[in-house]
Ligand binder design. Structure first.
Ligand code: C5P
Length: 206
């Protein structure tokens, strides 16, 4: 069983994906980490964000087993990730790796922006997890403060709106709901309620 989870930034799709993977004992890939790793490398090595070939070269030498989620969580890296993710050459480099992960025997859970549409269009179960920008900004703000990143709620909301626009508006594999994806709008739901709703949708589909 392949479970494809897509949705915008701070929609809670990562938590849902992790919990589904544990529940069904499936391997899980947070595909945002791949783009974050490329973005982080580009920042660290001062690679020009306007240079698709240089960015694609960074994506080509990525070791998915060596990704450290904690080191890649910052807002600056998220922003860099969203910029490199708009580059078709970068997406092309990361495609096979994600498709191989999805197709392993026994199945897998993948979360990102284009799993149900591009990476695994034939997934048995697809969820599109979303919430209003305000709800997502409040969550991300809370999370950042918890990590000691002092930032205003308005700035977080502005960042989320910018990221939504870039992720949905890009030409290459934009954030989009697959026609056969179930929508889970978890505005107003807490983590537990969102998880229960997701599980119910998956159980109905599988
Ligand atoms: O989900 P996360 O915030 O970690 O993703 C970081 C960025 O990576 C997103 O803003 C998006 O631009 C990009 N991304 C993508 N396709 C995916 C996963 C993430 O374009 N499948």
């Amino acid at each position: 069983m392949i479970i494809a989870i897509d949705g915008p930034a701070a929609s809670g799709k990562g938590t849902i994906a992790r919990r589904l993977a544990a529940h069904y004992r499936l391997p899980h890939l947070d595909t945002g980490l791949l783009y974050r790793a490329v973005g982080a490398k580009a920042l660290a090595h001062h690679v020009n964000f306007e240079d698709p070939a240089a960015l694609a070269a960074l994506a080509g030498v990525l070791d998915p087993a060596a990704l450290d989620p904690e080191a890649l969580k910052s807002g600056a890296i998220g922003e860099a990730a969203s910029r490199v993710a708009a580059v078709p050459q970068v997406r092309a480099k990361l495609l096979t790796l994600q498709q191989d992960f999805a197709r392993q025997p026994g199945g897998a859970v993948l979360d990102g922006r284009d799993i149900g549409t591009v990476i695994a269009p034939d997934a048995e179960v697809k969820l599109f997890v979303t919430a209003t920008p305000e709800a997502r900004a409040a969550r991300r703000h809370h999370e950042l403060l918890g990590r000691g990143e002092e930032v205003a709620l308005e700035a977080v909301l502005a960042d989320i709106l910018k990221r939504d626009e870039r992720d949905s508006g890009r030409a290459s594999a934009p954030l989009a709901r697959a026609a056969d994806a179930e929508i889970l709008d978890n505005t107003g739901l807490d983590v537990e309620q969102s998880w229960q709703a997701a599980l119910a949708l998956v159980e109905r589909r599988r």
